[in-house]
Write a protein that binds this ligand. Structure first.
Ligand code: NAP
Length: 244
């Protein structure tokens, strides 16, 4: 069976690794091309957009794809909506892997935001803000004048820092509770600005914020397509095997 794995997450990497050893399935993984030097997934991988809904549909038909497992990031909602719709129209089975969202625990000081633009309503002027939402959406904080914005990114970016005050901090995961605590203290951070990606890999900053009693501005997830979702890699693998 030919399976398209929409990738771009840690779990997609785990799924690709497990399916590489499944002789009854030929996996084609797909990456958007956002990371300049992505680590290999261990299966055939295409990189770059499909060219909209039409290009995606053409790809599914040309490649004889029999099932689509969408393991894109919880904030890559456009891709998921589009993929669900095209698969439905073409009668190709589609399933979404979606890791559970983070939930606040006792000791957390979270404020939920609907959009990046809402941050300015809650984070006061003069605050030093640790921005963990990535460089792609940084322009949406243009109204955060008077705040000092330190944006963590994995890859060096070209061009100047796009906001009023602040800088890029280049740093590569994994991050531990210990290293995140030290970093937030060293940078004298007053607020953490985070999107609700969920999952264990990037959770340490939230645990560090709790430890330091720092307030967190948590951007809610976008709406996902309707339909069933799977929350574990094991359940997603079981779904793939049921499609054979
Ligand atoms: P998006 O806004 O939902 O999608 C924008 C466009 O990117 C899509 O229309 C599609 O282009 C292309 N695309 C997205 N995922 C793709 C994939 N796996 N393979 C091929 N093309 C893809 O997505 P996004 O938020 O920019 O995220 C892009 C990628 O980065 C995703 O794969 C996602 O898993 C990963 N990622 C995103 C975030 C985040 O916070 N958004 C965080 C970590 C990783 P066409 O219309 O041309 O097909």
């Amino acid at each position: 069976m030919r399976l398209l794995l929409l990738a771009g997450t840690m779990e997609a990497r785990q799924l690709a690794g497990a399916l590489a050893n499944e002789p009854r399935v030929t996996v084609i993984a797909s990456l958007a091309g956002a990371t300049r030097t992505p680590r290999t997934l261990g299966v055939a991988t295409r990189i770059g957009g499909f060219g909209g809904a039409e290009g995606f549909g053409d790809f599914l038909q040309r490649e004889g794809i029999r099932a689509v497992l969408d393991a894109t990031h919880p904030f890559a909602a456009d891709m998921s909506h589009r993929s669900a719709r095209v698969c439905h129209d073409l009668g190709v089975p589609y399933m979404q892997f979606l890791r559970p969202a983070w939930m606040p625990a006792p000791g957390d000081r979270w404020t939920f935001l609907n959009t990046e633009e809402d941050a300015a309503r809650h984070i006061p002027e003069g605050a030093r803000v640790f921005v963990a939402t990535g460089r792609q959406t940084l322009q949406r904080y243009a109204n955060m004048t008077g705040r000092y914005m330190i944006c963590r990114q994995i890859e060096q970016s070209e061009g100047p820092f796009p906001l009023d005050q602040g800088y890029f901090l280049n740093s590569r995961p994994p991050f531990s509770l210990e290293s995140e605590t030290i970093m937030l203290r060293r940078l004298e951070i007053d607020w953490l600005l985070v999107k609700n990606s969920g999952g264990p890999a990037s959770r340490a900053k939230l645990d560090a914020a709790r430890r330091l009693s720092l307030p967190v501005a948590m951007i809610r997830r976008p709406l996902q397509p309707e339909g069933p979702k799977l929350e574990t890699v094991a359940a997603a693998l079981a779904w793939v095997r049921r499609q054979i």
